[in-house]
Design a protein. Structure first.
Length: 180
């Protein structure tokens, strides 16, 4: 009835009109992170924050999957921007998790982050790669795009390259649907 484009629009509208109760509440001590959205990626980050636990700081993200494929992981970078507008890469990691097709999920990534922003410093996050069993989406020249954005030039639109995932795909090339 809707087609792929209609489902994409419907998903975007549903995610953008989420009630405040559906959003991640910032707890005392959470550090909010600005997000550089790459529109051609199938994953959108709605909120990002470093949250402190007994085991350290962890990155918490509210994610939306706008594709018809189950997402199994991503690679991201966090940079800091100081008062002199100097950008420094602070974190670059890959993480695995699962988001169903057209689903949304709040995830707390498993790897602790040792990061203490200084006064006047802001953090900016960018998703550089998204992985499903069938495809990998990669941002071309991600580091350059993120640094340009973090310095305040919002005119940069990163290019995304989509390639088949030959590592995680089934060996015979057929896609199997497993029961939940």
């Amino acid at each position: 009835m809707f087609g792929k484009f209609g489902l994409l629009v419907l998903t975007f509208v549903a995610l953008s009109t989420a009630r405040p109760i559906d959003r991640i509440p910032l707890q005392t001590g959470d550090v909010p992170i600005d997000v550089f959205q790459v529109l051609d990626l199938p994953v959108n980050v709605h909120e990002a924050a470093l949250t402190k636990t007994e085991r350290g700081q962890f990155l918490r993200l509210a994610l939306g999957n706008s594709s018809d494929l189950k997402i199994i992981g991503l690679r991201y970078s966090i940079v800091s921007v100081d008062a002199r507008n100097e950008v420094q890469v602070r974190v670059n990691r890959s993480e695995g998790f699962s988001i169903p097709a057209y689903g949304t999920k709040t995830v707390t990534l498993k790897t602790p982050i040792r990061l203490k922003p200084k006064d006047g410093e802001r953090l900016v996050l960018m998703i550089e790669q998204v992985v499903s069993r069938e495809s990998i989406w990669e941002v071309v020249k991600a580091k350059d795009a993120l640094e340009t954005y973090a310095r305040g030039d919002y005119s940069v639109t990163p290019t995304v390259l989509r390639v088949p995932n030959q590592v995680d795909a089934p060996p015979d090339g057929r896609i199997r649907v497993l029961p939940n």
